[in-house]
Design a protein around this ligand. Sequence first.
Ligand code: SF4
Length: 601
Amino acid sequence: MTKKLKISFINCVLDTTIFQATIASKVPTARGRNSAWFLNASLLHFKTYYELYSPEFSDNVEWHQVLPTENYVETYVDQIVENQSDWLFVGMYIWTQPGLAKIVKEVKKKLPNLKVMVGGPEVEHKDYAWLNERDWITYACYGDGYNFVKYILDCHFTNKKPSIDETENALWIEDGAIVKAPHKIFKDKKFYSIALWWHNRKIVREWFNWAKDQGLTIIVNYEASRGCPYHCSFCDWTSGLHNKVTFWGLFPIFKDLAFFGQEDIRYLKLCDANFGQVPRDMDMTKFWGMVRKKYPKVICPWEITWSKLQKERVYEIFDYMLEHKFDGDPENANLITWTLSFQDVDKSVLDAIDRPEIPWEKHKEYIHNIQAKYPDLQLVTELISGMPNQTPQSMLDTQYEVLTCNVRTRWYLWMYLPNSPVGNKEYREKIGVKVLNLKVPSDTLTRPPTQDDLEDFPICISYIKGMQTAIDNFKVAVWLKQFYSGYHSSMLTDFLDLALAWFQTPGASEVWQVVAKKCEDLIQGKTRDAFFYTSVYTVDMWSFMAKTMVMSLELMPEESIYTGATYEQKRDKLLELILQPVTIPDYEVEENSEYSILNEV
Ligand code: SF4
């Protein structure tokens, strides 16, 4: 009997937010959920495709899912070693890459013959010299990997040496040089007519049952379509390779949704780039509603990325979902906060990053209408800082605009993705953006970070309006993020009063001086200050806020000290306080310290 080929998949995401949600936090959150497992279908994709097109070999493959266990670096390694895997397939994303590299290197110490196949948007296909620095990778797949994986597995079963001329979407090192196969867009009607989750229900049920035994809530990452027709500067959807959209058949989608209903799956994270883009998304929603009618506590939409331009349909679908209580169950309404991602509301900023959006005034109208119908609706928007044409004032104006629509804000830095349009140097020059390579601890649970633990964390900053604006914008972004992310929008209707009052609390200005100094140093390239950066932006953010930024509401004067002032007067006063000159002295920077250098990519 031929020895089975054992393939392990790590598709449990390792980013800190999700890590917190999956493993670190065993305590139910305010949203009433317990620890969760964001489950994606990459194993199901490759397994199904191989069974479809290489049935003569597919029985000889044993597919193995690495499960999201505690102390993931050790226990993931143990799972793969215990399985005696021949291959490890890993998906590389900006937030998973460092942790995965660590795991793979550990596994290879124990299984030296292990082959590693990497895929995902972090596989650089423009400047692919990075492969030379990652000797733990056997094959890298850019773009869709179905045919390449089939080819490699067929080669294994036929004892053939893989040839770069016979395949597609692949990179590897041969005789000391990187070889690259051409890119092809994947199209396959037969494959897209398969309900991947239902089709693989035996293995999927094993995962579901394991999660239930562990007390983990499953959040299924689900795709009804792939690809995006747009090319926003910051985004590497489809690895920036093409703008074609492919749709899964509607009938297989129905089958999967019904299966999730039967299996009592609580959440579904819809991974489409533009839900609501096509009329059939309404059909899918209605079927989804029927499943929820039969099994009322299942498949709440954890997150949906809406179509940027088809807002009429988006709000029709949204209305349907709210009317049919997609955001909760009969006993537990409002399980979720709905996300609307604007990135910014300023047209000149959106134009500069090639972001398609309807005019903000029109968008506001839709928001007001839906809020009038559903007054308890919880909305949040994601905004990005560091973009061209932003100024400190425009960022506060955006904040104001969004909050006065009773929508909470989440500010993000512009994380640099090499396969996004901004990965191109000429494009960066055209739109006035530079990349700063910060260093952050790859394992954010390690405090303090050691030099071995530091990983690249490049961010984009716009210098189009000059260096001082870049510094000021960064300060405003840091301040907004720290100050506002903890509040519900209902507490923020008079957000400027709250913000101004914070500066009156004892010690606040002193704390801000320290933070502002660190912001300046980061942008000027004087420090990488990993601990500060991660403490603000990742797992320590909440405790950082609790210690320094969250003011007690009782401290707010009943009669606001700024009562009577106009929005503009309050905004300008706040800007003055945020941007006040830093008066604390320079820190002593150790020479040759990992924290002391900041490189431009
Ligand atoms: S951010 Fe822009 S390019 Fe990326 S998926 Fe969304 S619409 Fe498409």
